[in-house]
Design a protein around this ligand. Structure first.
Ligand code: ADP
Ligand code: MG
Length: 483
């Protein structure tokens, strides 16, 4: 490569709001359902119907805006974004154009241990579109397409970032933090796999030192953090190649092909004037009182950064632990609940970041499920059993597996399986003697000054007691016997 390039990325994130009814009518927002069963004349766009704004949507828009450190508009309105495509029956989407609900915010990501602020340009409210199912590969090559309007009119907020991100990793960190904030404020479920959190990525490159931004492409169809990372990495390489070969990047929308691992040109980018935005005359503009904004501000929960600081200050957790645990609301809530039952925050944190996350990620369970097999109190009890010397860390892993399968309390499992740590000298001494008799060489090594030889002998005793002997005691007894 002859030149060094700097990467510039800005994300546009759509998040479905967790309201019961749609943004401008009473139809249900519930995910799934038979096609066209969560619809009414308003969201079907039938002539003669009129939209009415769902107040909860505005409240959630304000809430998200405040959590993202934005200024909340005093006056805001809805506009029509006109485009012709059958996923919207009205031929326009009700969105917000020049007066969005919130602007000029930021969130903080952690880049190599240093905080970095990423600007939030705006948060605006809009209605979601329906889902098309083509008979063929695309709408153009199909004899027919089917449309499901259940999702039409489900409330969305779109969160647009400033072009402040400088790598695919930073983009992923930003999206993770944004997801966490939206989850903490409980305005959205943020399920990427169900499409309630969707992300488009704008990316460009420029020679290091150049002031002006390069021409950007917009990437769509990434449905996981991994896909976002891969799509950006691919696209960055592609743009560099184009430029290195003397070509020019063209402004266009590209789609991520998950199977092939490449981005493909979809269409040239629309300009705002193509959408012929104008204020929606069917909806009254909104005057947003400062009293209401303050009320919502008061109701904001503790957000991820505040929780992280609390974990470090109050429980002495390392920054890393605090970052990992607060990164996902359900895990952080779980950890908080567990701390009611043990004071050993660091040990609980190790179990949560280790075995628990592994279990949650490899099963269909969410730690927030009511029937989650390992309630926080049970994991805390396990930590206590280790602290009291009743079981070793090794046995605890076995107990954990059983807890995950059976849903039983750890003490009950230890009792039923007879896993209690043997801390009785008399019970261990016979095994110690046996191991010493069988292993003259390591004994000899230890006596002639090789400290490390004792590790092998401890291991042998532990093996003979199926991991149940108290390792410290074993160590002590071995030393006594060899003297
Ligand atoms: P549009 O409305 O056409 O999508 P915006 O100006 O609203 O365009 O920008 C959309 C997103 O693209 C924002 O997140 C912004 O930060 C980002 N962006 C703008 N210019 C660039 C650029 N040259 N390179 C990368 N991202 C950019
Ligand atoms: Mg855009």
């Amino acid at each position: 490569m002859s030149t060094d390039y700097e990467v510039v990325i800005g994300l546009e994130v759509h998040s479905e709001l967790k309201t019961e009814s749609k943004i401008f009518c009473c139809s249900s927002t519930e995910f799934g359902g038979d096609p066209n069963t969560h619809v009414c004349p308003v969201c079907l766009g039938l002539p003669g119907t009129l939209p009415v704004t769902n107040n909860k949507v505005v409240e959630f828009g304000i809430k998200a805006g405040l959590a993202l450190n934005c200024e909340i508009a005093e006056f805001s309105k809805f506009d029509r974004k006109n485009y012709y495509y059958p996923d919207l029956p009205k031929n326009y989407q009700i969105s917000q154009y020049d007066l969005p609900i919130a602007e000029h915010g930021y969130l903080e990501i952690n880049v190599d241990g240093n905080p970095k602020r990423i600007g939030i340009t705006r948060v605006h409210m809009e209605e979601d579109a329906g889902k098309l199912l083509h008979q063929g590969a695309t709408i153009i090559s199909s004899k027919y397409s089917m449309v499901d309007y259940n999702r039409t009119g489900v409330p969305l907020i779109e969160i647009v970032s400033e072009p402040d991100l400088r790598s695919a990793e930073e983009a992923v960190l930003y999206l993770q933090k944004l997801k966490a904030i939206l989850e903490y404020t409980e305005v959205s479920d943020c399920k990427m796999e169900e499409g309630s959190l969707r992300c488009d990525a704008n990316v460009s490159i420029r020679p290091v030192g150049q002031k002006e931004f390069g021409t950007r492409t917009e990437l769509k169809n990434m449905s996981s953090f991994r896909a976002l990372q891969k799509a950006l990495e691919y696209e960055i390489d592609r743009q560099i190649e184009v430029v290195e070969e003397g070509g020019r990047v063209i402004q266009e929308t590209r789609t991520w092909d998950e199977n092939k691992g490449i981005t493909l040109s979809m269409r040239s980018k629309e300009e705002a004037h193509d959408y012929r935005y104008f204020p929606d005359p069917d909806l009254v503009p909104m005057v947003i009182s400062r009293d209401w904004v303050n009320e919502i501000k008061e109701s904001l929960p503790e957000l991820p950064d505040a929780r992280k600081a609390r974990y470090v200050q109050e429980y002495g957790l390392p920054e890393y632990d605090a970052e990992v645990i607060t990164g996902v609301k359900e895990i952080s809530d779980y950890f908080d609940a567990g701390l009611e039952f043990t004071k050993n925050a660091k040990a609980l944190s190790n179990w949560v970041m280790g075995e628990l996350l592994k279990f949650v990620n490899s099963s269909d369970h969410s730690a927030a499920d009511e029937d989650f097999p390992i309630p926080p109190a049970n994991l805390a009890e396990l930590v206590e059993l280790i602290d009291k010397g009743e079981i070793s860390g090794k046995i605890a892993k076995e107990v954990f597996k059983d807890m995950a399968e059976s849903g039983k309390k750890p003490a009950a499992i230890v009792e039923a399986k007879g896993l209690k740590q043997i801390s009785d000298e008399g019970a261990i001494i016979a095994i110690v003697d046996e191991v010493l008799a069988k292993n003259p060489q390591p004994v000899e090594d230890f006596r002639s000054g090789n400290e490390r030889a004792i590790g092998f002998l401890v291991g042998q005793v532990m093996k003979a007691t199926r991991g149940q002997a108290n390792p410290e005691l074993v160590n002590k007894l071995l030393r006594e016997r060899m003297q």
